[in-house]
Design a protein. Structure first.
Length: 262
């Protein structure tokens, strides 16, 4: 295809949870499982493997689906099959695989090296957002789905087979390209509870207590099932967990006192 010609396609970004915790010997098994669950879901949804563009990302996969294949099929039947395959496989895995999946429809440009465009950036940003990471970590889920505001409004909101808009929750997050609204779902579960946005510059990883990127401004405000707190870190607040300080530490502002150097 002409590299300068943009085509509206469904972009799907798939990332594995905690990929850095896998050893070199374990990573090929993780990658094999990712491809196995994706290809099984495509087959069960009646989407031919050669009908989609797929790029390997090491610990994930980037996919684009042409407009002739209904986005509702991917959001509905494909996601259902993906979740079921992953759930069943994880029953026998020593280290259960967790996936963050994000979707957005927009202009995509193809060249000999792959795909590019703002639609690709947005899908990848949603999958890598700390909201998606926090949900997967906090709920110990097999799968979390994130969709863009436009995709939710145009495809999810009307509902359909295997698509229930009431099972999605929205969050306002800040990605590299600016603030966006996204919708999140834990397949097979009720709509997830989400916290509020943090002030710009606050570390979401510190705020939520979960591992993840620090680019978006999501703030987790829940307590997980094991009793671990997910803290709300404000503009001047840092969160330290399981930390031993070797000297006295002052907490808060010095108001009306002299500032002295140590």
């Amino acid at each position: 295809m002409d590299a300068g010609e943009a085509r509206y396609e469904l972009v799907i970004s798939v990332d594995a949870r905690g990929s850095g915790q896998y050893s070199d010997a374990e990573k090929p098994l993780m990658r094999r499982q990712i491809y196995d669950v994706l290809e099984t879901a495509f087959a069960q949804a009646g989407v031919g493997r050669n009908a989609v563009h797929l790029e390997d990302r090491g610990d994930g996969v980037l996919i684009s689906v042409p407009g002739r294949i209904a986005a509702a099929r991917l959001l509905g039947l494909w996601m259902t099959e993906l979740h079921e395959k992953l759930r069943l496989d994880n029953r026998r895995e020593r280290r259960p695989l967790g996936l963050r999946v994000a979707m957005h429809v927009g202009p995509v440009r193809h060249d000999s090296e792959g795909i590019s465009g703002d639609a690709v950036n947005l899908a990848c940003g949603l999958a890598d957002s700390s909201v998606a990471r926090h949900l997967l970590h906090r709920e110990q889920a097999d799968l979390v789905l994130a969709v863009s505001e436009s995709l939710y409004r145009e495809v999810v909101s009307p509902g359909g087979k295997f698509i229930d808009p009431d099972r999605f929750s929205s969050a306002r997050i800040t990605l590299k390209g600016g603030e966006v609204t996204a919708w999140f779902q834990l397949p097979g579960r009720p709509a997830p509870a989400l916290g509020q946005q943090t002030a710009p510059g606050t570390s979401p990883a510190a705020a939520s207590g979960s591992p993840g990127a620090e680019e978006d401004g999501y703030e987790g405000g829940e307590t997980d099932g094991d009793g671990d707190a997910a803290y709300r870190a404000g503009r001047d607040m840092n969160v330290f967990r399981d930390t031993t300080f070797e000297r006295s530490v002052h907490i808060g502002h010095n108001i009306g006192t002299d500032r002295r150097k140590d």
